[in-house]
Write a protein of this length. Structure first.
Length: 347
């Protein structure tokens, strides 16, 4: 924490992200950024905000997580329009926007690692957590959170936590770090749901076994279910892992208003998860947290959720109203995930 009693928030944003122009009717549209910006502005008085200068990720920085052939393929698509798959469009400035988004994630990581801010939020388009080492998918061209995590490790971080609360499993991020014990990848996601990955039994491979933690949940999971997942499983594992740097894949499509999800989270749920994660991770000296925007396709849901996420960094959020018991399906899902992870962690 900096010397001032008011924490500092660094913000990564760029007008170029709006030049990733969506086809008519596509849910991943520039208006999402406007909604997220409104959420940030609502918290402007709570933090001393530092706006970061934009930059592009270099080919070498991207090559830490993506194949050289895929990076070259994207370069050849610059200035063109089309689709990488049925969902993932690109327009003339999309590749440029994606490189700038990865660069913004890098600038955020540097600012936090240099101790110039306590928290960071990156308002990025296109999103990133579905992008695999050699391909884009799921609206994503480059995996920004993975680029930032590799950069933090290159700068001396020893244990990086990536928490992904997007309603969709971050298959690309998991694949990139599946054999990396220095990165703990945690995902809460709706199942079954796109992209069909993220089973509780998927725990990583080789030296990375135990450093992937998936919590697949059936549709209808609400604040109480997410809170139970945090208290019973995620927070105990995070505390044992003891990260020295944390990145959040902050998708807001688990909000009850979202058209692509089927969950029942509200903005208070995001605030609660933020605060509880903060309670655990900030026990280490100088630990800092960066949030990177992923999904979230209802504009009101995005605005409210970003506002509540940031608000929880600077003030205690209201307590959640919890049900006395969860539904049987969600209880079974959490119990299954706990059983899997007991091979590796004290639970």
């Amino acid at each position: 924490m900096n010397a001032s009693s008011t924490p500092t928030l660094c913000l990564a944003d760029d007008a170029l992200f709006e030049q990733h122009v969506s086809p008519p009717g596509h849910p991943e549209r520039p208006q999402r950024l406007s909604a997220a910006r409104q959420g940030v502005e609502a918290c402007a008085e709570a933090a001393r905000a530092v706006k970061l200068a934009p930059r592009d990720a270099s080919a070498d920085e991207l090559a830490r997580v993506h194949s050289a052939a895929y990076v070259e393929q994207l370069e050849q698509l610059s200035g063109k329009s089309g689709y990488l798959d049925a969902d993932t469009f690109f327009t003339p400035r999309s590749v440029e926007a994606a490189r700038r988004a990865s660069g913004a994630a890098l600038a955020l990581a540097d600012t936090l690692l240099d101790g110039k801010a306590d928290f960071g939020f990156a308002l990025l388009r296109p999103p990133g957590h579905h992008a695999r080492p050699a391909s884009g998918m799921g609206f994503c061209l480059l995996n920004h959170v993975a680029v930032a995590a590799r950069h933090a490790l290159a700068r001396g971080a020893r244990r990086v936590l990536i928490l992904d609360w997007d309603v969709h499993h971050g298959n690309g991020t998991e694949e990139i770090f599946e054999d990396a014990p220095e990165v703990l990848y945690v995902s809460l996601h709706q199942s079954p749901q796109y992209p069909g990955t993220g089973a509780a039994a998927d725990v990583g491979s080789g030296p990375g076994r135990g450093y992937t933690l998936n919590v697949p949940l059936a549709a209808g999971a609400d604040n109480a279910v997410y809170a139970a997942a945090f208290e019973r499983l995620i927070l105990p594992v995070v505390e044992q892992f003891a990260p020295d740097f944390t990145l959040i894949s902050a998708g807001y499509d688990a909000h009850r208003r979202d058209p692509l999800g089927g969950m029942e989270l509200d903005a208070d749920g995001y605030a609660w998860m933020t605060r509880r994660l903060l309670d655990v991770t900030r026990r280490g000296p100088g630990h800092r947290i960066g949030f990177l925007l992923e999904g979230g396709y209802d504009l009101v849901g995005v605005r409210e959720s970003v506002q509540h996420t940031l608000g929880a960094l600077f003030a205690e959020p209201p307590a959640l109203e919890r049900e006395p018991a969860l539904g049987s399906q969600h209880e079974a899902e959490l119990a299954s995930a706990v059983r899997v992870q007991r091979q590796f962690w004290r639970l």
